[in-house]
Design a protein around this ligand. Structure first.
Ligand code: 13P
Length: 253
């Protein structure tokens, strides 16, 4: 039996924060990371684009990695307002979230576009955090496993390995609502994702990190991390303050 993957706790700051606020949060997290004798899990902050550079300067040399929240599929060109994976890599990112449900909903991103973004991320040497998750109506209709299965099949590119990809299961109805699935519901989805990934990508994918996201907080992190096949968390609201993000890091470590 292989050991469980090293956990990853990722903060998704979404569209929040001023330069000053981001600097305060990043330096607070850097201090906490420096105070650890060894880091119990991998730690990632995915900031809005305008603070990637100053945040990188503050966390550089600590155990915290930098990520972005989206990327364009092309490396450069006439794409006003977009950032390429290469640009993100250039300013210190090592990860990028792709296919977050807010982008799927607000920008109509499809599974095949998400897949292309994951390919672009890899091309630039970034690890894509590929997000999937069902809506409340889909869960109520008993379709959660089918929806997540289809998203996973169509959003993960060929050549996916444990070291070049992270997957995040984020039920849309649990994001920012304070509601979470039961441990059994999370386990059902994560077990199904693990099997599906294993069938397609082989034994190496046992080490591919499967994160849970959606209303993770210091109060429920311990229980969520104890679920089999949950290898970390993707945290929104609770990642905006060191006092709420750090206990989650410690729970997963
Ligand atoms: P919340 O933790 O605020 O529910 O957000 C989850 C999320 O969307 C992280 O990507």
């Amino acid at each position: 039996m292989t050991s469980a993957p090293r956990p990853l706790v990722a903060g998704n700051w979404k569209m929040n924060g001023t330069l000053a606020g981001a600097a305060e949060l990043a330096s607070g997290l850097a201090k906490l990371a420096d105070a650890q004798s060894s880091s119990p899990c991998d730690i990632l902050v995915c900031t809005p684009a305008h603070v990637l550079v100053p945040v990188f300067d503050l966390i550089r040399g600590t155990s915290i990695s930098l990520g972005a929240q989206d990327c364009h599929v092309e490396a450069s060109g006439a794409h006003t307002g977009d950032l390429s994976a290469e640009m993100l890599q250039d300013v210190g990112c090592s990860y990028v979230i792709v296919g977050h449900s807010e982008r799927r909903t607000n920008h109509g991103e499809t599974d095949s576009q998400v897949c292309e973004k994951a390919v672009a991320a890899r091309r630039a040497g970034l690890i894509p955090v590929v997000c999937v998750g069902e809506t409340e109506a889909q869960r109520d209709a008993g379709e959660a496993l089918a929806i997540v299965g289809r998203q996973l099949a169509d959003s993960l590119p060929d050549g996916t390995t444990a070291s070049n990809t992270v997957v995040a299961y984020e039920p849309v109805w649990a994001i920012g609502t304070g509601r979470t699935p039961t441990s059994e519901e999370i386990a059902d989805v994560h077990d199904a994702m693990r099997s599906q990934i294993g069938e397609r990508f082989g034994a190496d994918s046992e080490q591919l990190r499967l994160l849970y996201g959606g209303s993770v907080n210091p109060g429920n992190a311990q229980e969520i991390m104890s679920i089999t096949n949950v290898d970390g968390g993707l945290v929104g609201g609770a990642s905006l303050k060191a006092e709420t993000f750090w206990p989650i890091v410690e729970a997963f470590g």
